[in-house]
Structure formats: structure tokens, C-alpha cells
Write a protein that binds this ligand. Structure first.
Ligand SMILES: CC(C)(COP(=O)(O)OP(=O)(O)OC[C@H]1O[C@@H](n2cnc3c(N)ncnc32)[C@H](O)[C@@H]1OP(=O)(O)O)[C@@H](O)C(=O)NCCC(=O)NCCS
Length: 174
């Protein structure tokens, strides 16, 4: 069904203090080629637009500034990737080496795909890339935290992630 429509542009956005970051372009989803490569420093603003658009499309209020800060925080040219279609960045996955659960895992911080290109296999390709990288490094698992209240939770379960007995705890500071 989704193949019957033509995904339109990924939008034009202006990040404060910079030029428009994403060119307006039509993408034919029947023929589009998805290229996965490592995230580079110079991609961060475009990648932040993907976070911003993607999370806002599912009701999570991320600003561009928050998106950019989050990517900078996790930036690592070896364990972060972008998905490109026609040289436009349309998906981003940020991850880092971690040893919280079984002493050797890849922790996935954020995965996001441009809303107009959801459900076309881009998120799966990014996860697969992260898993292949983790395997090549001899890691035991990939892990992430997610809330059952969010749409992505069922997606992660479908993608092969299993629930654990761990819970996130937070203590608000007065
Ligand atoms: C979650 C997200 C990354 C998935 O990326 P995507 O490119 O749309 O996913 P894919 O196309 O690879 O999905 C593949 C399969 O999952 C299914 N799927 C997609 N969204 C789903 C959902 N919310 N629940 C269950 N299954 C879902 C697809 O139908 C497809 O199934 P099929 O192979 O049987 O046809 C994307 O929806 C997104 O960016 N969401 C907003 C940001 C977010 O919540 N990120 C995760 C938290 S960090």
C-alpha cells in the first residue's frame, strides 16, 4: 500500500544562524536507493533536523537545539551512522560502546527516520548496520532503553529486542 504514494520532499528547514539544511526534492520510493555510512561531524546539523522532524511526528517535543546537542553528545565517527537517499540524510543512529549489562555491548542512544520515509526499511537497515558493527567488534549484544508508552517500543520488539528486568530510576532534584 505504502508503495503507491510518492514521498515528497524531506522539507526545508532553517536552523537558527545557519542556511537551510535540507534541499527540497522528490523521492520515488519505488526506486530509491538507501545508502548507509558513518556519521561525520559536518552531518550533525542535517542529522539534527531528522531527529527534530522524526520525534515531533510521533508527539515527542524535541527542539533543533536539543537534537543537535544530543548528537554531539554521542558523536563517534565509528559507531554512529546515517541513511542517505539521493545524498540527503533521511535516517540517523547514534551509539557507543558500553559495558553496563553484560560487560561488552553497543548502546544505541537514538534512532530516527524522516517521517515521510517511515516503514520503508530504513530504520531496520540502520539497526542491522549497528548489529554488524557490534558483532565485528566481538560485542555480546546491542541494547537501548525505551518506554512501552512509545510507538517505537513495539517496533523494537518486532526487530528482535527483548525486555529485561532493568528499570530506569530517576530522582528529581529540588
Ligand atoms: C522507529 C523508527 C526508527 C522505525 O524506522 P522505520 O524506517 O520506519 O522502520 P522500518 O521500515 O525499518 O520497519 C520495518 C518493519 O517494522 C514495521 N513497523 C514500523 N513501525 C512500526 C511500529 N511503530 N510498530 C510495529 N511495527 C512497526 C514495518 O511495518 C516493517 O514491518 P514489515 O517488515 O513486516 O513490513 C521510525 O518509526 C522513527 O523514526 N520513529 C520516530 C523516532 C523514534 O521513535 N525513534 C526510536 C526511539 S530512539
Amino acid at each position: 500500500m505504502w508503495r503507491s504514494w510518492l514521498a515528497r520532499s524531506h522539507g526545508v528547514r532553517k536552523v537558527a544562524g545557519s542556511s537551510p539544511v535540507t534541499p527540497t526534492r522528490k523521492v520515488d520510493i519505488n526506486t530509491m536507493e538507501i545508502n548507509i555510512r558513518n556519521l561525520k561531524k559536518e552531518d550533525i546539523i542535517k542529522a539534527a533536523v531528522v531527529f527534530y522532524e522524526s520525534f515531533n511526528s510521533v508527539g515527542e517535543k524535541w527542539t533543533l537545539a536539543v537534537s543537535e546537542r544530543r548528537i554531539e553528545q554521542y558523536f563517534n565517527p565509528e559507531s554512529c551512522w546515517v541513511a542517505e537517499v539521493d545524498s540527503d540524510i533521511v535516517g540517523v543512529l547514534t551509539a557507543k560502546l558500553d559495558n553496563a549489562l553484560d560487560h561488552l555491548e553497543l548502546y544505541i542512544d537514538v534512532l530516527a527516520v524522516t517521517p515521510k520515509l517511515h516503514k520503508l526499511g530504513i530504520g531496520s537497515k540502520l539497526i542491522q548496520t549497528a548489529e554488524n558493527y557490534a558483532k565485528s567488534k566481538g560485542f555480546n549484544a546491542v541494547w537501548l532503553s525505551a518506554s512501552p508508552g512509545l510507538q517505537s517500543y513495539s517496533w523494537y520488539l518486532k526487530t528482535g529486542f527483548k525486555e529485561t528486568s532493568w528499570r530506569a530510576l530517576v530522582k528529581p532534584l529540588e
